[in-house]
Design a protein around this ligand. Structure first.
Ligand code: NAP
Length: 302
């Protein structure tokens, strides 16, 4: 029998809808049921034929072999608690939350069998949200990081890993605390910086809003893509991964001060050395297939 025969996806936003589409494409025999607490989201998901859409959380999870929680990280514990009485014995529960330590604690506190919990984080996304933003290939050739606790059933871990591989992802396993530190610097800090820059530019008095928008091709617009990400999702990420984010922010502030000093004292070599190193990082990302080599993010210049 193909596994999972029945998948329940809770939260039908960008990630949940991409999972529904990806699962139906990769595992056509699986029955995919979705649920979202927002009635409008459920109606849209039904209208676009995302998956079978349940009217209640209980109906969505009953009989499922695999439940994937794709709600904001601050809602994970409450959703897990509400569905717990309706889970069949042996059901594996996973999630897609962007930070893992706090989510894993919330799931362990709410669910009956900790050995069947396999937290996961697909390192893939866009700045869009909602059920119409999803696409089946979102996870293709992207990393999905699993952070199972030591007492997780190895069979459950392997099943969740196999599910993500079926969706086209590369799977890595990591300790939850380490995951949160790595993602604090590769994802959470860049979002914080983008939110700050866009906020600063829109608060400036001597530069008008229309000038900020008109001349945005100078670099600003690339930050606005990140700063357009879902406010609820990101509020929850910063609150849940507070320690690691504050730690990375401290390091960042020190490096920024060093750069400020180099500019003040005209130390061009220091600036040149740093910018040479950062250019090499970009090349490695392209070489490892984590971004397109096309200049200017592939924008057309006709
Ligand atoms: P999203 O597009 O905003 O979708 C989240 C959906 O969950 C919304 O439709 C929301 O409904 C629904 N929801 C909220 N609370 C719920 C509850 N208690 N029960 C059922 N549904 C609920 O967000 P997303 O980008 O898909 O993010 C979902 C998860 O994936 C988050 O944990 C995030 O950290 C993680 N993630 C996101 C990305 C990314 O780039 N976006 C990447 C990797 C992982 P409402 O309309 O009521 O808000």
């Amino acid at each position: 029998m193909n596994w999972p025969a029945r998948v329940a996806i809770i939260g039908l936003g960008l990630i949940g809808s991409s999972l529904a589409l990806g699962t139906r494409r990769a595992l056509p025999d699986a029955v995919v049921t979705g649920f979202d607490d927002d009635e409008d989201v459920r109606a849209t998901a039904s209208a676009i034929g995302l998956c079978k859409v349940a009217d209640t959380l209980a109906q969505a999870v009953v009989g499922a072999n695999l439940v994937v929680l794709a709600v904001p990280v601050g809602a994970m514990g409450a959703v897990a608690g509400a569905m717990a009485p309706h889970l069949s014995p042996g059901t594996i529960v996973t999630d897609v939350g962007s930070c893992k330590e706090q989510v894993a604690q919330a799931l362990r506190a709410a669910l009956p069998d900790p050995t069947r919990i396999v937290p996961a984080h697909p390192v893939a996304g866009t700045e869009q949200s909602g059920p119409e933003a999803g696409f089946a290939s979102l996870f293709k050739r992207r990393w999905c990081i699993l952070t199972p606790d030591a007492d997780a059933d190895p069979e459950a871990v392997e099943r969740v890993a196999g599910y993500w591989r079926a969706l086209g992802a590369e799977v890595e396993t990591m300790d939850a605390a380490h995951h949160d530190r790595v993602l604090a610097v590769t994802s959470h800090l860049p979002h914080l910086i983008a939110y700050t820059i866009v906020g600063t530019a829109s608060d400036l008095e001597e530069v008008t809003q229309s000038e900020v928008i008109k001349y945005s091709a100078g670099g600003f617009r690339d930050f606005t893509r990140i700063a357009a990400s879902d406010p609820v999702m990101w509020r929850d990420v910063f609150l849940a991964n507070r320690e690691a984010v504050l730690d990375m922010l401290q390091r960042f502030s020190e490096d920024l001060s060093a750069l400020q000093r180099a500019i003040r004292w005209g130390r061009g070599d220091e600036l040149h050395d740093l910018f040479t190193r950062t250019r090499a990082v970009r090349r490695s990302i392209v070489e490892q297939g984590q971004d397109d080599a096309a200049p200017d993010f592939g924008r057309t210049h006709e």
